[in-house]
Design a protein around this ligand. Structure first.
Ligand code: BGC
Length: 772
């Protein structure tokens, strides 16, 4: 059961959220979980990774390709689809073990019933391919008319993006081609439908075919669809490749394609499935979160990263945020380092865009885009939110002031290098990214002559409700880390790769470099815990803000969609924060702060956090686990892990669709379970395991890829078991509080006693949290 997601009836209200929930994809494209008869009104979409377009003066967004899965039915002249006819029964399901989507709908027809099934997958084996199997069975003879092919009327938020549409039929293959408006990139979708039964009539119009046939009661009528999508970013002639791909797929046949797809998925799950014993609901939610990450992971390209809404459409401009480095990267680091590397190489490829942005703001170095697309130039607008009262655009400072993005990128790169030991990333551009970001901060920083320290002023931290603040603790801590990493990186290259270092350093001969970074680091200010309360102030004078309960702030709200941040936002003058900020910092630098500091800040900030971002709850779960109070964290874990299953997140702001999937929360769910509750921490040398399992969990078991070696870890309340694959190159040091450190040699299995885990569940759950 914990591999299946299903709905047992059709509900109009869930058309949009089910489009997210039932999504399939393979990192090259995402296919929304809409039904075969749906069109652009129901937000059917095949969203392409890394293909962006601007239409008119509107914001750029990813391109949705024509939909080759489109299929409509008529029976005895009457249109049959969930939108036209009340079905007798309807089931939609997604098998996440192999990413296969199915629907089965039973309609009433004259004299009986007609059962329509459709199964489909976006191939994980052939990244350009999709395939589907359909069947019809009726209890009485009837006449069927099938309309199937490519629906070139795509859903766009800020379109149109496809021009010069050409639809044709080439010896049984339907082809829809078009060119994007801004970059003139050709997009081609090919489709072929194959059936073994006799038809009375077949006709084509554009890229749709109409097939009429009589069916006999009780007999099964089955047909298959093969489709392919290519763009000019993949090859010089996408139409030729799309048609070829479809013909090859048809020759292989559906079963063979499905088998190859399932095999590819089995491999992905072997690398990443995480078992939770004792809690089936959490198990499904965690697996589903992992599933969401696997369908959008750019395994085949280092030119794209993961957008904030994955490949579930064009929301948030299909842009890449800090979400990737801070919330998704850890999953890939531990399970699929190749993809983790691709994600970071995307930042190398977009470095020039970040340099342009820094220059635009009069700074040195690289200021990464808050909303990054193909070139690295910032897609974020200066007026990102409309005021609900006046209808006027509001000046927001996401683009100008969330400078922490450059530090998050550096943190991600250094995590990768220390974790995997793969220093080639630094030589392939990673070192330049690091140094350029350090340069940016050197030029952005302010030297306070009175306090004799470097400070970072006028920024927005993760809590976007408080814009343009001074010395945001999270930002400053990450900037300090950037400076440290810049120096460590130089030292590493000087020792290990002196020739490459000297060549690279030449580029940095002018402008601030290592000497300046060192000097800034020596007198750099990061807000510290107050000696009495242990609290870390989120930014200068945060503690002077009006301190009201969240409920009171909510009571002041006049309009359900009003923005709590920005110029007049209700939260801006209060201590209420949008999302984890100081607490996030305590998680990123967990080894630098005592348990008492973490607990004091968790308890202080938790009631003041609105969780207005889906990035927030997982961090409270992580820190709760870290301080040995997993049951405080459990509700936050569940909220994170179910966000795309329940669809309980904002879908619209005014008339703007902002729904879609939540990859950062998906990555956050994995972090909370593995790095939080199972207590896994790897610094590149030693695997530390400090479990804090929630009450109902008896064990967590998962594969880990560490420094290119494969391990399996099982964490229960009583013991920790690590087994090393026989083919591993190195022994791994494993430690856990309360147990002597042990070396796990290739092929060996070792067991450590789990200390302190028995305390889990005994903390007594805070009512405020339970009520969340
Ligand atoms: C959050 C940001 C996040 C963005 C994209 C916003 O609501 O506040 O931290 O990067 O959504 O997920």
């Amino acid at each position: 059961m914990s591999w299946m997601v299903e709905d047992r009836e059709f509900s109009r209200e869930h058309i949009v959220t089910n489009g997210n929930k039932y999504m399939t994809g393979n990192g090259y494209m995402g296919c929304r979980g809409t039904l075969e008869e749906f069109g652009k009104e129901q937000l059917a979409a095949i969203t392409l990774a890394g293909v962006y377009d601007q239409s008119g003066g509107k914001w750029r967004e990813p391109v949705n390709a024509p939909n080759p899965l489109f299929t409509r039915l008529r029976c005895n002249g009457e249109r049959l689809g969930v939108l036209n006819a009340e079905p007798l029964s309807h089931r939609q399901e997604l098998n996440i073990s192999a990413a296969v989507h199915k629907r089965e709908t039973v309609y009433s027809i004259s004299g009986g019933e007609l059962t329509f099934t459709a199964e489909r997958f976006v191939s994980m084996d052939q990244l350009h391919g999709l395939a589907a199997r359909f069947s019809l069975v009726a209890t009485s003879d009837c006449r069927i008319e099938l309309e199937t092919g490519i629906d070139s009327e795509v859903w766009d938020i800020n379109g149109p993006h496809l021009y010069g549409l050409q639809e044709q039929s080439i010896e049984g293959v339907l082809l829809s081609t078009a060119v994007t408006g801004e970059l003139n990139l050709r997009v081609a979708v090919a489709e072929m439908t194959v059936h073994g039964f006799e038809t009375q009539e077949t006709a084509w119009e554009g890229a749709r075919r109409f097939i009429a046939f009589d069916i006999k009661a009780g007999a099964v009528y089955e047909w298959f669809k093969y489709a392919a999508v290519y763009t000019e970013l993949d090859c010089s002639d996408p139409a030729v490749l799309a048609v070829q791909n479809v013909r090859t797929a048809e020759a292989a046949g559906y079963e063979q394609l499905l088998a190859a797809h399932c095999k590819a998925w089995a491999k992905r799950w072997k690398q990443s499935d995480c078992l939770i014993e004792g809690d089936d609901t959490a198990q499904l939610a965690l697996r589903y979160s992992i599933y969401q990450l696997l369908i959008i992971a750019p395994t085949g390209s280092e030119k794209v990263s993961i957008p904030a809404r994955g490949l579930s459409g064009q929301v948030y401009k299909g842009a890449v945020f800090w979400d990737t480095e801070m919330f998704m990267l850890p999953f890939f680091l531990h399970t699929d380092p190749g993809t983790a590397r691709n994600l970071l190489m995307y930042r190398v490829h977009t470095l020039d865009g970040a340099r342009r942005k820094a220059a635009e703001y009069g700074c040195h170095g690289a200021f990464y885009a808050w909303e990054s697309q193909d070139t690295g130039d910032d897609a974020c607008t200066l007026f990102n939110v409309n005021d609900v009262f006046t209808g006027r655009p509001m000046r927001t400072y996401f683009r100008d002031k969330q400078v922490h993005i450059s530090a998050d990128v550096v943190h991600g790169i250094w995590q990768y290098v220390s974790f995997t030991g793969d220093e080639s990333l630094l030589l392939d551009g990673g070192a330049e990214v690091i140094w350029e970001c350090a340069r940016f901060f050197y030029s952005y920083a302010y030297y306070n002559p009175v306090k004799r320290r470097y400070e970072i002023l006028d920024v927005t931290g993760p809590d976007e409700y408080h814009e343009r603040v001074n010395n945001n603790a999270f930002t400053n801590a990450l900037v300090r880390r950037t400076l440290e990493v810049a120096l460590e990186c130089a030292e590493l290259l000087q020792i290990m790769y002196p020739e490459q270092y000297h060549r690279l350093a030449l580029q940095f001969a002018e402008g601030p470099f290592l000497k300046e970074f060192q000097e800034m680091l020596e007198s750099f200010f990061v807000p510290q815990p107050d000696p009495d309360t242990l609290l870390i102030e989120q930014f200068d004078r945060y503690f002077k803000l009006e301190d009201i309960p969240l409920a009171e702030l909510k009571a002041r709200v006049l309009h359900p969609n009003e923005y709590l941040g920005g110029g007049n936002g209700l939260a801006t003058t209060t201590t209420i924060l949008k999302q984890a900020d100081v607490v996030l910092m305590l998680n990123v630098f967990k080894s630098s702060y005592s348990r008492a500091v973490k607990q004091a800040n968790w308890e202080y900030y938790e009631p003041r956090t609105e969780h207005g971002s889906s990035l927030s709850p997982c961090i409270y779960a992580l820190v709760a686990a870290d301080i040995g109070s997993p049951d405080w964290g459990y509700p936050y874990f569940m909220r994170t892990a179910t966000v795309d299953l329940t669809g309980e997140s904002k879908q619209y702001v005014g008339d703007l669709y902002i729904g879609g999937t939540h990859p950062a929360a998906n990555g956050g769910a994995w972090m909370a379970a593995v790095l939080g509750f199972a207590g896994v921490q790897f610094d590149g040398k030693t695997l530390q395991v400090k479990p804090a399992l929630p009450e109902q969990w008896t064990a967590v078991e998962l594969p880990l890829s560490l420094r290119g070696d494969s391990f399996r870890l099982r964490v229960s309340r009583e013991e920790i078991t690590v087994s090393a694959a026989a083919g591993n190159r190195d022994a791994l040091m494993v430690c856990s509080p309360g147990s002597a450190d042990q070396l796990c040699r290739p092929g060996a299995e070792l067991t450590l006693r789990a200390a302190g885990a028995a305390a889990a569940g005994a903390n007594g759950i805070d009512n405020a949290i339970a009520a969340e």
